[in-house]
Structure formats: C-alpha cells, structure tokens
Design a binder for this molecule. Structure first.
Ligand SMILES: CC(=O)SCCNC(=O)CCNC(=O)[C@H](O)C(C)(C)COP(=O)(O)OP(=O)(O)OC[C@H]1O[C@@H](n2cnc3c(N)ncnc32)[C@H](O)[C@@H]1OP(=O)(O)O
Ligand SMILES: O=C([O-])CC(=O)C(=O)O
Length: 370
C-alpha cells in the first residue's frame, strides 16, 4: 500500500452535484458562467438540493421556507453574547452551528425529509448568526432579517443595519452563487466523512466549517486581504511580492489542486472588483490585485483562485475582513448540505487505509528498563 500525499488525483466518491472537467465547473450540469450571469443564490441552492432548477412556484416556496427559518434560537444568540468580542469568527460560527443542534428537536431524525428540512433551516440561519455576532461584538443589538428578502439582501441588511444598495445585493448574490459548491474540496469531504458514520447533519456542517477555516482553503480570502493591507499602496506591490517569491513563500489566493490553467470563478470576481472600484471611484485595491496577478502568474505560472479577487470585492462592499470566510461558509452550506444528503442516500462509512511508515515490530520493554 502506497499513500498519495494529499490524496491528489484519488477519486473518493461518486457525486451528481458538481463537476470540474477540463477546467470547466458545473453545478448539476449547468456551467458556472451561466449561473453566475443569470441565477440567484436561492435558485442555485434549489438546484443543488433538488437536482433541477426551480419554476416560479418552487422558488417562492423555497424562499418562504428560508424566510421562516431565518431566525436563530434565543439560546444561541445568548451564547454569541458570551463569546469574546475578539474571537475568531470561524471559531464562533463553528461553535454556534454546533449549538443549533441543541435547539432542534429533529437534529437526530435521519429521515430524508427531516434532513432536507434541516439543510434549508441551517442555510437560513447561518447568515443570521454571522451578522448577529458581527453586531454583538460592536455592542449593537442583532437586526432581524426581513421576510421576503433574499439571503444576499438580508445578510447585508442584518450586518449593516440599513437597507443595502441594489448593486451591493447583486454583487453579494453573485459571490454566493460562485462559492456554492465545488466537487470534493476539503470541507465538503470533511462533511461527507463525518456524516458517513451516520452522524447528524449539524455534525457534518460543524466539521466542514472547521475545515474551511484553514488558510489553504476558505481562510485564504481573509489572508489575501491581510496581504493587500500589508502592501498598503500600489507602489509597494513589486517589492513585497518579489520578496515573497524569492523566499518561496506562499502567495495567498493563488494555485489550486485541481485547476492548473485557472479557476473559472476568478474572472467573475475580478470583473466585480473592477466594477465596484469604478463605482466607488477608487480602483486601488483592484489595481494592486491585478499587478500581483501579473507578477505571480508571470514568474510562477500560478493563477488566481476564487479567494483572490473576492477579498477586494468584499472590502469594497464594506465588509470587515474577518467575515470573508464566514461568507464563504454561508454560500458553501448549500453545497455541503447537498453533499450530506447525497451521502446519506447511498451511504457507506468512509474509511481509507494508511501506509505504515513507522518502526518495524518492536519488543516491549518494561518501564523500569527504559
Ligand atoms: C477555496 C479554496 O480552497 S481555493 C485555495 C485557497 N488557498 C490558497 O489560496 C492558499 C495558497 N495556495 C496553496 O497553498 C496551494 O496552491 C493549494 C493548497 C491551493 C493547492 O495545494 P497543492 O495542490 O498541494 O499545490 P501544488 O502541488 O499544485 O503546488 C505545486 C507547487 O507550487 C507551489 N505553490 C502552490 N501554490 C502556491 C502559492 N499560492 N504561492 C506560492 N507557491 C505556490 C507549491 O509550493 C509547489 O511548489 P514545489 O513544487 O516547489 O513544492
Ligand atoms: O476545490 C478545492 O480544492 C477548493 C476550492 O476551490 C473550493 O472549495 O471552492
């Protein structure tokens, strides 16, 4: 038995949810470029859960369910108030989602219907939790989401406490569409491993949030913003990046395990970054990002991934840096839950083998003789 480091190239599950074939990403066979252009996040979530695009009535029904479930148990809000105001936001989210299970009587109901309902409920509650914590840590009261509004609208509304600009809602919605699912990425795999033991959906999402938090995965969007802040202004880009490249340091937001010729989602975020910069009359972040890309791609051949331009997009939407990865989690909950439901439908425990590289058979030595 020989191990493949990082399981590169190993096909570990069959799935009909999303595919990456020859660098083209599809959700249920629909090209991400078409979905990014035309679909709302709610349509995409429906597509991921039900396997088809909704008609008007089906979409309205899902939107009503999401609205009905958007409030969070008072006990979870009380917990958010007890957490330190400087806490890591992904750790907060991981803990809060785990706590949601304590208030859900159906948490351990393993019927397909109950699990789909929980998927919708968790999707509705995640944005409420992220916005509530962001306000609580600033000493403000959480704002209740408005019935009949989209997840993108309500996230911005409950975060900022005022009606968001239509353009901001549109950009947020597109970002949610682009992050919704991505085949067997690390966090989705973690969620499938967890629920394949027949553990509950909350355990699966808690595992996934823990995996997404890392800077090699979803945490990279926040790390990109740290880099842009460290660089500070355009004239510093070349020296900063050259120093990193010379020292073989990782440039966050570049590279990908599967895409070697570029991530198809990045161009949409780059376009959004440029458009928002133009609208705000400040292209600094966009231009710095473009120059970083020229240097990194030029010298290392590495292309930007989904996390690179999302950092400048979210910043231009007025979102604090440490909410970037929680936003990724809000979107990816649709994909995680779709994968969890698919895993339950045709389950077998996920239990690979390890190549043993430790010492060969050893004779036990009593402690007094060691
Ligand atoms: C949503 C997402 O999760 S997208 C990914 C987000 N993560 C990041 O942006 C973090 C930065 N990128 C990385 O760390 C990596 O590219 C990963 C984790 C995304 C993929 O990792 P792997 O598939 O193991 O990388 P891969 O084997 O292709 O790396 C090949 C070489 O390129 C280097 N490399 C890869 N990414 C980068 C980078 N961002 N900066 C500098 N060098 C890099 C590797 O160090 C490796 O060099 P070596 O051959 O000298 O050892
Ligand atoms: O697929 C991956 O390895 C990481 C990624 O881009 C994602 O999860 O969106």
């Amino acid at each position: 038995m020989t191990a493949t480091k990082g399981l590169e190239g190993i096909v570990a599950a069959a799935s009909s949810i999303s595919s990456i074939i020859d660098g083209v990403l599809t959700y249920r066979g629909y090209n991400i470029d078409d979905l990014a252009e035309h679909a709302t996040f709610e349509e995409v979530a429906y597509l991921l859960w039900y396997g088809k695009l909704p008609n008007e009535a089906e979409l309205q029904d899902l939107q009503a369910k999401l609205s009905d479930h958007a409030s969070v148990p008072a006990g979870v809000i009380e917990q958010l108030k007890l957490f330190p105001s400087e806490a890591n936001t992904m750790a907060v989210l991981r803990s809060a989602v785990s706590a949601l299970a304590l208030y859900d009587d159906s948490a351990n109901d393993m019927s397909a219907e109950a699990n789909l309902n929980k998927a919708i409920k968790i999707q509705a509650q995640l944005p409420t939790i992220v916005a509530a914590y962001a306000r609580i840590r600033e000493g403000k009261e959480p704002v209740a989401p408005l019935a009949g509004k989209s997840i993108a609208y309500n996230f911005l509304y409950t975060l900022l406490g005022e009606a968001p600009e239509p353009r901001a809602v549109e950009a947020m919605d597109k970002a949610l569409v682009l992050h919704a699912d991505h085949e067997l990425n690390a966090s989705t795999f973690a969620s499938r491993v967890t629920v394949a033991t027949l553990s509950d959906i909350y355990s699966g999402i808690t595992s996934a949030i823990g995996a997404l938090k890392g800077p090699l995965h979803g945490g990279a969007n926040e790390a990109v913003m740290v880099m842009l802040e460290e660089i500070g202004e355009s004239r510093n880009v070349d020296d900063y990046i050259q120093d990193k490249l010379d020292n073989k340091a990782k440039i966050m937001g570049f590279g990908h395990r599967v895409y070697k010729n570029g991530d198809p989602r990045a161009k949409h975020l780059q376009k959004m970054s440029e458009e928002l910069g133009k609208e705000k009359g400040n292209l600094d972040l966009y231009e710095m990002s473009v120059r970083i890309e020229e240097l990194v791609t030029g010298q290392k051949g590495l292309k930007p991934n989904v996390d690179f331009y999302s950092a400048s997009v979210y910043t231009m939407l007025g979102i604090p840096r440490d909410l970037f990865t929680p936003i990724f989690a809000i979107s990816r909950t649709s994909g995680w839950t779709a994968h969890i439901l698919e895993q339950y439908e045709n389950n077998r425990i996920i239990r690979p083998r390890a190549e043993y590289v430790g010492p060969s058979t050893q004779a036990y030595i009593p402690i007094s003789e060691r």
